[in-house]
Design a protein around this ligand. Structure first.
Ligand code: MSP
Length: 480
């Protein structure tokens, strides 16, 4: 049985999920649902990155014990993803014992490979990013992402010989051109590895919170090293050999473009050092703004996905996020645009077509009892095209193909005018047209299943009822 292992980044629990976080998980969810429908063994993992200083700071701000705080926040992330109907198979928490074992085992191996050494580190550290910055990458001495002044840190650390993996990394990018996509991310990595690659500090001396370095338990493992290893933990490494053999290497790491270097440079080098196979593909999506502005705590414009889900059906959010922004590009979340697309494509487009076709069956062919026979050629073509677009992570194009099929069915209704045929006595011509529309809806319903799961369920019920009846309520109520 083919397998498919897709991951999202694991999320810091210093704040609640916003729309940018949900976006990655949503894309992964569509792919997981798609592959499950094809009968593949799917592992879809997500989770929380809990050993970060950011979480410690947030707990302190909230006046809570760190452990109690991360427990509560992790539960909240999990509940949010459940409420959003995201069908992850594993939700990993990096404070779990299984994960600690995986981190220790990886670092043990990396140490045995001679890739860990002790040294002194001095650098500028942004806690927001949990990363060191080179002077030249700061903007007016500030972190380019958080706009905060980084801390100068000088401490005894352990280093990973990342610099030694230059040739191996470049070879990997060359030999497997889709290892990191899109092209912009791949170029960024090539440039970085060619010109800037250096050894990295993988521990923090003064941090009490976090996993201990097995070679020196006075030091905490740097949170990014800890976090990356989650992908091995969820695949069962090192304890569950069967699971690991089934699912590793990961087929796809979905990430945001801000964390490309960690995934495309440090992660493969660590795996090479530990003697483990590399993931097949890493894909970085773009960043969201909200109504044209960067999402930020200070602007208070972080969209709460649960609040949005009160206003719109979940399927409408899924449709808008995936149809409106080509995956890999930056995008803007606009309430106006969401409403426009909802009304035009869902309420008026799909919703209307379903009502129209089913009403015609009710009126013109009440004793229709059949299903299709073999799926017509257009249905197979639609599915092939959707499959191709999904394999290329072109969610917008997959949806565009489905909506072209919907428009074509609308065109058929207009051209054939079944009500006229009915007035003229019905007969075979009427039945041929209606059957074509019915099969068309079945095909559309099949193709949209991974994208709009609730709609798919409702439409499946409507299409399998006998007699066919016009729906009591439209699939999507228009929004004013
Ligand atoms: N904990 C690390 C990831 C470790 S993975 C081994 C992390 N966490 S995060 O919570 O800050 O971000 C998680 C993901 O959300 C990242 O992929 C990031 O790119 C994405 N996004 C955060 N804000 C976003 C937008 N405004 N728009 C799109 N994606 C955004 O980084």
């Amino acid at each position: 049985m083919p397998k498919f292992f897709v991951t999202t980044p694991i999320y810091y629990v210093n704040a609640r999920p916003h729309i940018g976080h949900v976006y990655t998980a949503l894309a992964a969810d569509v792919l997981a649902r798609w592959r499950r429908r094809r009968g593949d063994a799917v592992l879809f993992s997500t989770g929380t990155d809990e050993n970060s200083q950011k979480n410690v700071d947030a707990a302190r701000e909230a006046g809570q014990d760190v452990r109690a705080f991360v427990d509560a926040m992790a539960a909240e992330w999990q509940a949010t993803f459940k409420q959003l109907n995201l069908t992850y198979d594993t939700f990993i928490r990096t404070t779990s014992a299984a994960h600690r074992r995986a981190v220790e085992a990886v670092l043990q191996r990396v140490g045995e490979a001679g890739d860990i050494y002790r040294g002194e580190y001095e650098g500028l550290y942004c806690v927001g990013c949990e990363a060191f910055y080179a002077e030249k990458d700061l903007v007016e001495s500030r972190c380019p992402i958080h706009r905060t002044l980084p801390e100068r840190i000088k401490e005894q650390n352990y280093f990973f010989r990342l610099g030694q993996y230059k040739a191996a990394l470049l070879k990997q990018y060359d030999e497997q051109p889709d290892f990191v996509a899109p092209e912009s991310a791949r170029n960024q990595l090539r440039h970085y590895v060619t010109h800037e690659l250096a050894d990295v500090s993988i521990t923090r001396q003064s941090q009490a919170w976090g996993i201990r370095l097995p070679q020196d338990p006075t030091q905490a493992v740097y949170v990014w090293i800890d976090a990356l290893i989650n992908y091995l933990t969820v695949a069962g490494w090192p304890d569950d050999e069967d699971k690991f053999r089934t699912f590793w290497p990961a087929d796809l790491h979905l990430i945001g473009k801000d964390i490309v270097k960690f995934h495309g440079v440090i992660w493969p080098a660590l795996l090479l050092s530990a003697g483990l196979p590399l993931p097949r593909r890493i894909f970085a999506h773009g960043f969201f703004t909200v109504d044209g502005q960067k999402i930020s705590k200070s602007l208070g414009n972080a969209i709460d996905p649960l609040a949005l889900a009160q206003e719109y059906p979940l399927d409408a959010l899924r449709y808008y996020l995936l149809a409106d922004i080509p995956f890999g590009n930056d995008g803007d979340f606009s309430h106006v645009r969401l409403r426009e697309r909802y009304n035009a494509d869902l309420a008026n487009g799909l919703g209307n077509l379903v009502s129209r076709v089913l009403t015609m069956f009710e009126q013109f062919w009440p004793d229709f009892s059949g299903g299709a026979g073999a799926p017509p050629e257009e249905a197979a073509r639609l599915l092939t095209s959707v499959n191709q677009h999904l394999a290329a992570l072109a969610f917008d194009q997959a949806l565009a193909a489905i909506w072209r099929a919907i428009a074509a069915l609308d065109g058929t209704v207009e051209a054939a005018q079944p009500w006229r045929l009915y007035k003229e006595g019905g007969g075979e011509e009427l039945h041929t047209v209606l059957l074509l529309l019915y099969n068309g809806l079945v095909a559309v319903n099949d193709a949209l299943a991974p994208f709009l799961p609730t709609t798919h369920e409702a439409l499946t019920k409507l299409l399998s009822a006998r007699p066919l009846r016009k729906p009591a309520a439209s699939l999507f109520a228009r929004k004013g």
